[in-house]
Design a protein around this ligand. Structure first.
Ligand code: SF4
Length: 217
């Protein structure tokens, strides 16, 4: 049975999701809010047709909603580089192929209350695919990533998103041990490129699917 506290929490998320959809639409994104990750997957499947190629440039959220398997089941070519058996040459080829797929499917490290998307990257492949492409861009973002201001969003990329990511990748950075960013100069530093998307960029369609659950880092 849902407790009154959970009900209030969910109601707040629904209102917040609706508010953010309006902000994103004003900024040129096609935006929708859904309460659950199952519904988020259905929204992804409404956008991406059977047989399309889909580049997934490293995203926990996309895996958590089950999109990889579902898209592959529908005959989509899912291109992603999170495969430890790839040689360095194959990995580079795959990273390029992700950018050239029909759809670029990813999440965002943070979204501000006024609908600005903020992302940090080590290789730069993810943020470059978000900044420009001829393909259709699709973001799936859990409301756990909402921040008040741009400064808060940048802090979130460093203090919430990156530490679990470096642990996942077994990188030797200070935040892997302390859990907080010290703006390190480590050879393994995962924060090298920061992208602030103030509006949907030109020449392509950009979708944002907001989800009323905690997803990704
Ligand atoms: S700058 Fe270094 S310490 Fe800070 S979050 Fe990035 S990798 Fe971690």
């Amino acid at each position: 049975m849902t407790s009154p506290f959970d009900k209030a929490r969910q109601e707040h998320r629904d209102h917040l999701g609706g508010t953010l959809v309006k902000k994103l639409e004003e900024k040129g994104f096609h935006a929708v809010y859904v309460p659950t990750k199952e519904e988020a997957l259905q929204e992804v499947l409404k956008i991406i047709p059977e047989g399309a190629s889909v580049g997934v440039p490293g995203s926990v959220t996309i895996r958590e909603i089950g999109a990889m398997e579902k898209l592959a089941d529908r005959g989509c070519e899912v291109v992603h580089h999170w495969n430890p058996s790839l040689s360095s040459e194959e990995r580079l080829f795959t990273l390029q192929k992700e950018l050239l797929a029909d759809f670029f499917l990813t999440s965002s490290n943070a979204i501000t209350l006024d609908g600005t998307l903020v992302n940090i990257d080590g290789n730069g492949n993810r943020v470059s695919g978000m900044a420009w492409g001829k393909n259709v861009l699709v973001f799936v973002i859990g409301l756990n990533k909402v921040t008040n201001t741009l400064d808060d969003a940048i802090a979130r990329t460093r203090n919430q998103a990156t530490p679990p990511n470096v642990l996942r990748l077994n990188l030797q950075t200070p935040c892997a041990k302390t859990g907080v960013c010290s703006d390190c100069n480590s050879p393994d530093r995962a924060c090298k490129a920061l992208l602030v998307l103030e509006r949907a960029t030109g020449g392509r369609t950009s979708h944002v699917i907001l989800v009323g659950e905690d997803l990704g880092f």
